[in-house]
Design a protein. Sequence first.
Length: 150
Amino acid sequence: MKRHFLIFIFCSFFIEFSGQIVDYNYDACGNRILRQIIILQTNTVDTTLTENYFNDKKDTNNVAIEDFLGKIKIKIYPNPVNNSLRVTIENCEKETNILFKLYDYNGKQIKQEPVHNKEFYIDFLNFPNGNYILVLYINNEKREYKIIKI
């Protein structure tokens, strides 16, 4: 017991005089999105260094998934999504058969629709926060994408 107490006091002393605090922020799904290193000088915050793991703009709403199926370009954004997920499919012929299925992370299918436009939206407003799998079928070829609802 004394040993644990001494280790705790030593660690507290070391942390107090190390001069920095590391703070992490997570999204609703538990993915780390932000790390802040706060450098302390005489008990005041002097400088904050911020590192964002999604993109250089520090804006998590503009993250897109881009994929290619031959000459067909698939773009899905924003991911993570709040309300509505936008899917655009470029460079495909007019007769292209497109179907999407949406699954929760337990594998339960929660939505399925054929797509008649090269751009469509999937409404996530009434879904709980968490991870989802979007499956696109384009001319019977299957592509799967992880979508995060926050």
